[in-house]
Design a protein around this ligand. Structure first.
Ligand code: ZN
Length: 242
């Protein structure tokens, strides 16, 4: 049975629920971090994630910021505002859950990180040069990352010195060949100009990867953000998928 791969939920419960309904019943869920930040439902998202079966859930940079583990001066003014609101809003139990998240997880086939295998919480893999360098920092055939909110695949073919970039189409089952770095995109704040929530299904038996996109009620989320007084730009970018 495929494993549900989620990343960058960013406190968007409406998007998370749409993804879970679309994916159907699952035996295992791997979440690549950033449960909170930007969105209006941090407690609900942390509580929903904890209920999922056989869960691996990593620490993202927004999670770390909310925990006070990094200088929020590195965030822009609006992101900082969201971090501070999230910190005040999370219950002690949910803060504790975030505090227990690890930065990296590994099995026979896959290394899981939020950002990159070289800098698990921080580094963005946005170009083939940086991605190529990162293949030296994991041993497994595959590595799953989030953080950039862009569904993409970096493939390092046998004998090649430079990785190639592929943008997968939704609902296309791709045969995975070693070695590759794969990003399922963002559940709660997509940034590839497609506003639909993104996630992936990984089948460890057949080695297939399927990107999926799901529509959800964006105005409902924006309305909640407006009520709370979260930054307008974070509301607007949900509509444009950027
Ligand atoms: Zn993120």
């Amino acid at each position: 049975m495929p494993i549900l791969i989620l990343s960058d939920i960013h406190a968007n419960l409406t998007a998370l629920e749409a993804v879970l309904a679309d994916a159907g019943s699952q035996e295992a869920v791997w979440c690549l971090g950033d449960l909170v930040g930007y969105g209006p439902d941090p407690n609900e998202c942390v509580e929903c994630i904890q209920e999922l079966p056989d869960l691996v859930c990593l620490l993202g940079n927004h999670d770390a910021a909310v925990l006070g583990r990094l200088e929020i001066e590195t965030f822009n003014q609006e992101a900082r505002q969201a971090v501070l609101w999230t910190r005040q809003t999370l219950t002690p139990q949910n803060l504790e859950f975030l505090g227990q998240r690890i930065e990296r997880s590994e099995n026979d086939q896959v290394t899981l990180v939020h950002g990159s295998p070289r800098e698990p919480v921080w580094e963005y893999l946005l170009d083939t040069r940086t991605a190529t360098l990162n293949f030296a920092y994991f041993e497994t055939p595959f590595c799953f990352v989030g953080h950039s909110h862009l569904p993409l695949i970096y493939q390092l073919a046998d004998g090649h010195r430079q990785a190639d970039l592929f943008i997968p189409h939704a609902y296309q089952k791709l045969q995975m060949t070693p070695r590759a770095i794969l990003n399922p995109g963002s559940v709660g704040q997509p940034r590839d100009h497609d506003p639909r929530a993104a996630y992936a299904l990984f089948d460890p038996d057949t080695l297939t990867w399927e990107l999926r996109r799901v529509e959800y009620d964006i105005p409902r989320v924006q309305w909640r953000m407006l009520q709370i007084g979260l930054p307008a730009r974070h509301m607007q970018r949900l509509s444009s998928g950027w």
